[in-house]
Design a protein around this ligand. Sequence first.
Ligand SMILES: Nc1ncnc2c1ncn2[C@@H]1O[C@H](COP(=O)(O)OP(=O)(O)OP(=O)(O)O)[C@@H](O)[C@H]1O
Length: 263
Amino acid sequence: MIRLAGVGKRYGRGDFVLHDVDLTVEPGHVVGILGSNGSGKSTLLRIMAGVSHATTGTLTGTPRIGYLPDRFPAGQRMGARAYLRHMARIHGLADLSVIDPLLERLALVGGPTAPLRTLSKGNAQKVGLAQAVMVRPDLLILDEPWSGLDVGTHAILGELVAETRARGASVVFTDHRPQVVHDHADVVHLMNEGRLTAESAEPTTRIVLRGGGSGWAGEPGVRHAVVEGTQVVLTVEIAAVDAVLVRALKDGWSVREVAPCSP
Ligand SMILES: Nc1ncnc2c1ncn2[C@@H]1O[C@H](COP(=O)(O)OP(=O)(O)OP(=O)(O)O)[C@@H](O)[C@H]1O
């Protein structure tokens, strides 16, 4: 459906922010990309969506794409319905009757005629989601959708993802929280400083630490380290759990939780 091989990206003359990314998205799969802020997730999705070009490597496949960017540009006077109709025509969509039910389902506050620029970030994201799904894409690309949308819409988002998969199309989404990615993805990839790796199916342990000193990225056996407020949440290979706990206690961290996590 879509295949990336050796994809790298640098902005201007800066350092590479994506390195040698290989990724194949099969039909009917939901692919979750887990990575912390600045790791390169949005850059990768922009390349897949065709709004940014890879500096190196190749992309093959020409699926019909629906794309929800990390920040949906909504500074316009147009209302949601008018905007979506406009976008539908650009995409060559003949049937505009899907738009109103979609906006109703997403419970757009202010209704379909409220100017986009008056919408809150969460509501603007709903319009962004509507423009991405209304084209019935072969590949639905969603940049941190569970963070941008208000909690009330999370269940609808889950349904839209499931419906997309059920009709044999694919979804690629990002998030920085392991739980969110594991809850919704069939296949998980980890993005770390611009490098993408498939997550191993080996079971892991979730360790939550508070306080303490030095960072955890790159520590042996630590698949992922996410800072959440004053805590850091580690996803650790089972063989490394004892060593990580010993290091944490030596470094002054307080252990808040140790629990199995199932990918
Ligand atoms: N348009 C740009 N010009 C220059 N550098 C950029 C641009 N967009 C992103 N970057 C840099 O590329 C790196 C990866 O950013 P990217 O937004 O892809 O990461 P991310 O994982 O999506 O993070 P976030 O969740 O914070 O959006 C960062 O160092 C960022 O500063």
